[in-house]
Design a binder for this molecule. Structure first.
Ligand SMILES: C[S@@+](CC[C@H](N)C(=O)[O-])C[C@H]1O[C@@H](n2cnc3c(N)ncnc32)[C@H](O)[C@@H]1O
Length: 147
């Protein structure tokens, strides 16, 4: 099966180099904007009621992948799917960012961890009742070799 998707917009970020880009949104205070294509404007109604949103996007500057990688926050190799590494068979990224404001089709966000011009696939509201779990295990991340 092939899946063909069209970006709904683009993420504008201050970052143009991978190695200068924050490794997670929760560790970033950088602001940026999300420009949604005008034909999707109506779908943004009510979004500003949410303080945080999920951005789903394509790591458009990654190429290839390995099934074993050293995550950014560890020195040991781990299975790719047990990491948030950007080089993946389907290079899809996900970030929870703070929604600072919306003006028409432009969202201003805080917590940017992507490169400038990253193509956006979808936006969803962050809802703690749906998205926060208690009693979690975090695998290698808990016992990682400290930075
Ligand atoms: C570890 S990933 C985590 C991203 C996201 N929060 C996730 O969990 O899917 C973040 C890193 O991916 C790289 N990156 C960001 N945007 C990218 C893009 N558009 N193409 C390729 N690599 C990108 C940068 O090196 C950045 O530090």
């Amino acid at each position: 099966m092939q899946i063909i998707m069209q970006p709904i917009g683009v993420i504008h970020s201050p970052f143009t180099e991978k190695n200068q880009t924050p490794i997670q949104a929760s560790r970033s205070q950088a602001t940026g904007t999300v420009e949604i294509a005008p034909e999707f404007l109506d779908g943004l109604q009510d979004l500003e009621g949410f303080s945080h949103v999920f951005l789903l996007y394509v790591f458009h500057c990654s190429s290839g992948y390995s099934l074993r990688v050293k995550p950014f926050l560890d020195h040991k190799e781990r299975g790719l799917f047990a990491t948030r590494y950007p080089c993946r068979p389907n290079p899809i990224g996900i970030s929870v960012v703070r929604l600072l404001s919306r003006k028409e089709n432009i969202l201003t966000i805080e917590g940017v961890d992507v490169l400038d011009n990253t193509p956006l696939l979808d936006i969803k509201p962050y809802v703690p009742d749906f998205d926060v779990r208690r009693d979690v295990r975090v695998g290698w991340y808990e016992t990682r070799s400290k930075e």
